[in-house]
Write a new protein. Structure first.
Length: 552
């Protein structure tokens, strides 16, 4: 299909008719998960293709069925006796690598930097006011082994704070109540460590935000089971934050308005529409299935996560909209800005952060590609201002009765503004979603590493033995369901970033795509070299494993 800007199209009536039809089919719903703008009814043309279904269904459900048949369960609800019982859930499915190291402190800390949710940890210059202990309290635990005040002053302390989850009272399951911890964890970057590069070290976990009499802080000097319990509590919080905030809200749902407005305002042959639609492929249908099967009453979120369904959906709302000044914003969540906002952009101070380091390689490659592509169609500043569809696209994205998107101009004045917006969209739909979706199997399929809920009340002053720890972890039925959904969400890849299943019908655009593919291959080689010197290989942003769209 030959691309045309609206001011140059030789057949404007056909263009107008196509847009009018789309505007009838693509309508916003502001009530389902207010204040998020979601699509009302998903048009049939957004459904999965026969190729998608033919590839995904046998891969996902065939292996799952065989694996389920191979699991030997004594009881669906009684607690397990030992960790080995969780390892027995992989008679057919591949065993995650983490089984060898998941209880190690180094591996626990590494997950903050290259795990399923590397968007929480941030640098601190002082302890937060809701942290109930002083630096002196912590120092008493560490003695002379670590000067924490000096490390704090030098900017080497980091925090993972989940106290925003403290409103959750906990959901229920067939045999009782679930719980969701809301801990704060402190980490220290130590320059001596793996390969003399340094490493992140956990130093303390406060299990509940409001400590009462007898509560205490947990450190690596506690008994093995008490410290393991504290780490599991943090992993539960991280899992809930990941699924409802970093994953569902900050990729799937925040991109939905862009897909809707693109269908409504950019004609079928608009150059920007041609570029963006492969990055929205199947997303609207996929999100609709999530509303019907994941975040519905009795669905996986209701069944497996720590809170009630209402509480879990409130995590989504809070991730999108905290108050009138704190909306999710495309510019603030652009990778370079988001990393800087958490104080993690200094590679000298924090030399090892695979999500940042590999992500920036992809961000720069996408930005170059977008710049080259858009420059073909907007060689002069007036071309952007005269593009009425582009300006209508911008206006509806930010409108209160439209996309409600923050961080996007209501009118484009120059090419760089457009490059910034489109780079953010493609990165979020591609690398960002892949970075939070595909690590799920490695980090969450083996349930003790990252349970989705606790099955006893959170104990801020634990005295753990193996039996009580096993009672806190998910029982067999919940374990089987967590493995099932995690495998279903991460087993299939439809396409590959930068490789499109149709031509752009413009030799200039095709050349830009080929250059993009070459740049992505170069990024792949750089990541492979980096992985040779990493404690754990980080493969989730290798371009060959990144999708174009949120298609799963």
């Amino acid at each position: 299909m030959k691309p045309y800007l609206p001011q140059n199209d030789p057949n404007p009536e056909k263009r107008k008719d196509w847009l009018n039809k789309n505007r009838e089919e693509y309508q916003f719903n502001f009530n389902y998960l207010s204040p998020l703008p979601l699509i009302d009814d998903v048009p049939n043309n957004e459904a999965f293709s026969p190729k998608y279904l033919a590839e995904r269904l046998p891969l996902t459900f065939g292996k799952l069925s065989a694996n389920t048949l191979g699991i030997r369960l004594r009881s669906f609800w009684d607690p397990f006796d030992e960790f080995q019982d969780y390892e027995d859930f992989f008679p057919v499915l591949p065993t995650p690598e983490l089984l060898k190291t998941y209880q190690n402190d180094e591996y626990f800390a590494e997950q903050r930097l290259s795990g399923v949710n590397p968007m929480v940890i941030r640098s601190i210059k002082e302890l937060p006011p809701h942290f109930a202990f002083s630096i002196r309290d912590l120092q008493a635990e560490f003695g002379t082994s670590l000067n924490l005040e000096q490390e704090l002053n030098n900017g080497n302390l980091y925090i993972a704070d989940y106290t925003s989850l403290s409103f959750v009272r906990g959901g229920s399951y067939l045999r009782g109540r679930k719980s969701l911890p809301a801990p704060i964890a402190l980490f220290c970057w130590r320059n001596s460590g793996y390969c003399d590069r340094g490493e992140l070290t956990p130093i303390a976990i406060q299990l509940v935000p409001e400590l009462g009499t007898g509560s205490r802080i947990l450190t690596p000097f506690d008994s093995h089971l008490n410290w393991l319990y504290a780490k599991i509590c943090m992993q539960i919080a991280d899992a809930n934050h990941h699924e409802m905030s970093s994953h569902l809200c900050h990729t799937h749902l925040v991109m939905e308005p862009f897909a809707v407005v693109t269908a409504r305002q950019l004609a079928e042959n608009h150059p920007l529409g041609l570029l963006l639609r492969p990055h929205f492929r199947f997303m609207l249908h996929n999100n609709e299935l999530a509303r019907k099967n994941l975040i519905n009453q009795g669905g996986y979120v209701d069944n497996l996560l720590g809170g009630t369904l209402r509480e879990s959906l409130q995590i989504v709302r809070d991730a999108y909209f905290k108050n009138a000044e704190e909306f999710w914003s495309l510019d603030e969540f652009a990778l370079p800005k988001e990393i800087a906002n958490r104080g993690l952009d200094d590679t000298d101070r924090l030399p090892h952060y695979p999500y940042r380091d590999d992500g920036m390689l992809l961000w720069n490659a996408i930005e170059k590609f977008v710049s080259n592509y858009l420059s073909i169609y907007y060689p002069n500043p007036g071309d952007i201002k005269d593009d009425r569809e582009l300006q209508a696209w911008a206006a509806e994205l930010v409108a209160a009765d439209g996309g409600r998107v923050k961080g996007v101009p209501s009118q484009f004045e120059n090419l760089q503004q457009l490059i910034d917006v489109v780079t953010g969209i493609i990165f979020t739909c591609g690398p960002q979603h892949s970075a939070v979706n595909y690590p799920q199997y490695e980090y969450m399929a083996f349930v003790p590493n990252m349970p989705l809920a606790g099955y006893q009340a959170v104990d801020s002053n634990p005295n753990m033995d193996l039996k009580s720890l096993m009672a806190f972890l998910p029982p067999p039925n919940q374990t089987a369901d967590q493995l099932q959904i995690i495998y279903g969400l991460s087993a299939y890849r439809y396409d590959r970033l930068g490789y499109y299943d149709r031509e752009f019908s413009d030799p200039h655009a095709e050349e830009v795509v080929r250059l993009f593919q070459q740049d992505l291959n170069q990024v792949e080689r750089k990541i492979e070299l980096r992985n040779k010197n990493r404690l754990v290989e980080y493969n989730f942003l290798k371009p060959s494993l990144v999708l174009n769209s949120i298609s799963i």
